[in-house]
Design a protein around this ligand. Structure first.
Ligand code: ATP
Length: 272
């Protein structure tokens, strides 16, 4: 069993504070639905002969923002890949919405640090992509893309190519592309890691703002403890081979209670 300290034992199925967020499905057919619950049961993950994470027990409640922190190489991206269905578990089970994860799904959108946008497609066409793949009729996907491009503040850049955008703008496109299809979960791997401090703060605010209107579950990987405190409902700390602790952020608006926040920050740093 992974070393979850007693005081930090997670509560399986704990209702997320943000479960009641409104889904902006934008009328898309087959889109949306409640946030996805994830469950890892004795999961073992690794590459070839090398085990990275062993015997991981973790529950992510529908609609919550679970931020995963840990030292470099502790397996944060590995965990995220497994939730995305890009890496099979070697032991135990990984469940999404009660079903075993066997591969990627449109229900689970990913956002990476390096933007992964298609360089030959404009902002507009990149944002439409998940809807095109799903066969959403042109007019509907154009309308949904337009709405999200506006939402992330890129209305004036909709016809530009990715190379004509700043790093922060490219991450805005990624965010719009991830959310346009109204996924049930968004898996984010250090999405703001390469941005300067000011752009990063802007993106964090934008993310909190757009998530308020979705019911998607979010699993967000970061190195940055302050980013974790700002965004998380709960923070999972990875140690050498597994989840060391799962810590709840204070109730109320995230990050507003300075003393509780400082205390939690200390505890996260102790566990790292
Ligand atoms: N494709 C791969 N093939 C083999 N080993 C890999 C692969 N990807 C990652 N690893 C190894 O798995 C371990 C965990 O890597 P992972 O990228 O998940 O860690 P991380 O916590 O996300 O690190 P960082 O914070 O530096 O991004 C590392 O030892 C890494 O070298």
């Amino acid at each position: 069993m992974t070393s979850l300290s007693q005081r930090d034992a997670l509560t399986p199925g704990r209702p997320a504070r943000r479960v009641m967020r409104r889904a902006t499905a934008g009328g898309l057919p087959g889109a949306g639905g409640a946030g996805l619950a994830f469950r890892l049961e004795g999961a073992g993950l690794g590459y070839g002969r090398d085990a990275v994470l062993r015997d991981v027990e973790l529950d992510v409640a529908p609609g919550e923002v679970m931020v995963v922190v840990g030292a470099s190489g502790s397996g944060k991206s590995t965990l995220l890949r497994a939730l995305a269905g890009l890496l099979p578990s070697r032991e135990g089970r990984i469940l999404a919405g009660g079903e075993q994860v066997t591969g990627p799904s449109a229900d689970r959108a990913m956002v990476f640090q390096d933007d992964g946008l298609l360089p030959w497609r404009s902002v507009r066409r990149n944002v439409e992509l998940p809807l095109s793949i799903r066969g959403v009729p042109r007019r509907e996907r154009e309308r949904a893309a337009e709405e999200w491009i506006e939402r992330v503040g890129l209305a004036d850049a909709a016809d530009r190519l990715p190379r004509e955008l700043s790093g922060g703008m490219r991450q805005r496109v990624q965010l719009a592309r991830a959310l346009v299809g109204v996924p049930r979960a968004v898996l984010m791997d250090e999405p703001f890691g390469a941005l300067d401090a000011q752009t990063r703060a802007d993106m964090q605010r934008l993310l909190l703002d757009v998530l308020r209107d979705t019911s998607a579950t979010v699993v967000f990987v970061t190195h940055d403890v302050d980013e974790a405190l700002l965004l998380a409902d709960r923070v999972a700390v990875l140690g050498r081979t597994g989840v060391r602790a799962v810590l709840e952020t204070p109730d109320g608006e995230k990050g507003t209670d300075a003393a509780a926040r400082a205390n939690l920050r200390e505890r996260i740093l102790e566990e790292l």
